[in-house]
Write a protein that binds this ligand. Structure first.
Ligand code: GAL
Length: 445
């Protein structure tokens, strides 16, 4: 019996190691057939010490994303050589697949030790509200993080004064990426308002190019929140989320009408493209513009060896605030949690210490295309785009992103996503606005 059990355990371990070596498995991937191996001697059958591994869950598997995570994993391996890192990343931009897998694991009482979560309502309105993660106030005190994490960010990860996650970065959602060579070829300058944008589209489309590239549904929602921000301005946009704004207002109607017009200048195959596919259309010169968060910077400028495009900022690609959003920084922050009843709490703490450290953030962010959450990183490590992001983060008006977890609790965000799916099919602005009004009333933060 013991021997049978140890063979089973050995097979399980080999299978897990193979899966990990393959870079973490998407839920639908089949596990490789286990390789038959000698059972370890009976004396080694005792379970491994608790801190011997850590399972970290994220959605960073693709260009730009995986490379950033790998940089942090390498540092973790150097700091904690005795702790095995299990990369449980599930593919799919913005966590579209990962969040569903995580929800079913949490429902089944099978949490990863630590998972990726956005600062704001995604943490406070979901994982904290459902009592699924541990407070980290002792860790913050021990590591001195209260002094080096931005004062704007701490309340978005805290309840009753206790932080519940470790932020690793600040991303900007409102960026319009451009192909400078294509713009020069068709004689177009970067538009600063939507009327200029529509005029630019005429020249770009006359040359047989896509004006604005877009991908699957969450990227359409990302575009929507940026257009709404530009139309409303930061105060009215933020008011929509704190209950003081009016989703039924004429301003929102105008914003949604503009959004519908913008959608008319996107590629017909958007629904089947990932965000990387859509960004690549700009990099290749097939499209002039793409509105996407600055993880696209990591993809544009990262090395080809890391699955990226290897472009030089300001040459191979350019950037600008999308129309109407100059002076506004629409932000989100990736962070990592400690699961309640984590199977390997010591391993999880080691991971969180790495993720929150200066060295961890300096390794991760220049590759990921984000700026440090910490305020003390070496700024010279960052490329030309990220230099502008650091400057703008310090001076712009800061608002939160819907699609990336800041402004709306997950129930509300899901309801908006459903309404948007219908709108993409029927383009009915009035019905869309009614659905947004109803969603705000049904699921306030
Ligand atoms: C966001 C996440 C970013 C990036 C992006 C695309 O939600 O915060 O780090 O991964 O999705 O996948």
């Amino acid at each position: 019996m013991f021997r049978k059990l140890s063979v089973f355990v050995a097979l399980l371990i080999v299978g897990t190691m193979l899966l990990t070596a393959c870079g973490g498995a998407a839920p639908t991937e089949e596990a490789p057939a286990p390789v038959a191996t000698e059972a370890p001697p009976a004396a080694t059958e005792a379970p491994a010490p608790m801190a011997s591994e850590v399972e970290v869950f994220s959605w960073w598997t693709g260009g730009g994303e995986a490379a950033g995570l790998d940089a942090m994993i390498q540092l973790f391996a150097a700091n904690y050589p005795d702790i095995e890192f299990i990369n449980a990343a599930v593919a799919g931009g913005a966590g579209t697949n990962a969040k569903a897998v995580l929800a079913s694991r949490l429902a089944a009482g099978d949490p990863p030790d630590s998972w990726q979560a956005h600062a704001g309502q995604e943490i406070l309105g979901a994982y904290v509200a459902a009592d699924q993660i541990e407070p980290l106030d002792a860790l913050f005190t021990e590591e001195g993080w209260n002094a080096v994490m931005p004062a704007t960010l701490l309340p978005l990860i805290s309840k009753d004064g206790k932080p519940y996650s470790v932020p690793v970065n600040i991303h900007r959602a409102n960026v319009m990426w451009t192909n400078p060579a294509l713009l020069a070829e068709v004689g177009v300058t970067v538009p600063t308002n939507w009327d200029e944008f529509f005029t630019a589209c005429e020249a770009i489309e006359a040359a047989g190019k896509i004006c604005l590239s877009m991908g699957e549904t969450w990227t359409a929602q990302h575009l929507m929140e940026v257009v709404v921000l530009g139309a409303l301005g930061p105060d009215k946009y933020s008011a929509l989320w704190d209950g003081t704004g009016d989703w039924a207002s004429a301003d929102v109607t105008t914003a949604l009408e503009t959004y519908a017009k913008v959608l008319a200048h996107t590629n017909a195959d958007a629904a089947s493209l990932s965000w990387q596919d859509a960004s690549k259309l700009v990099a290749n010169g097939d499209a002039a513009f793409n509105i996407m968060g600055d993880w696209a910077d990591g993809y544009f400028s990262g090395t080809a060896a890391g699955g990226n495009l290897g472009l030089v900022p300001n040459e191979g690609y350019g950037w600008a605030p999308p129309p109407g959003t100059d002076g506004v920084f629409q932000f989100l922050s990736d962070s990592f949690t400690l699961a309640k009843n984590a199977p390997h709490p010591d391993g999880a703490m080691a991971w969180l210490k790495t993720a929150g450290s200066k060295a961890g953030q300096e390794a991760f962010n220049p590759v990921k295309g984000s700026i440090c959450a910490r305020t003390d990183c070496d700024t010279t490590l960052f490329n030309a785009y990220l230099q502008t992001a650091m400057a703008d983060w310090a001076t712009d008006t800061v608002v939160g992103s819907l699609t990336h977890g800041v402004t709306a609790n997950p129930s509300w965000a899901t309801e908006i996503g459903t309404a948007l799916g219908l709108f993409l099919a029927d383009q009915d602005v009035a019905a869309f606005q009614s659905a947004l009004v109803a969603a705000a009333a049904a699921y306030p933060n």
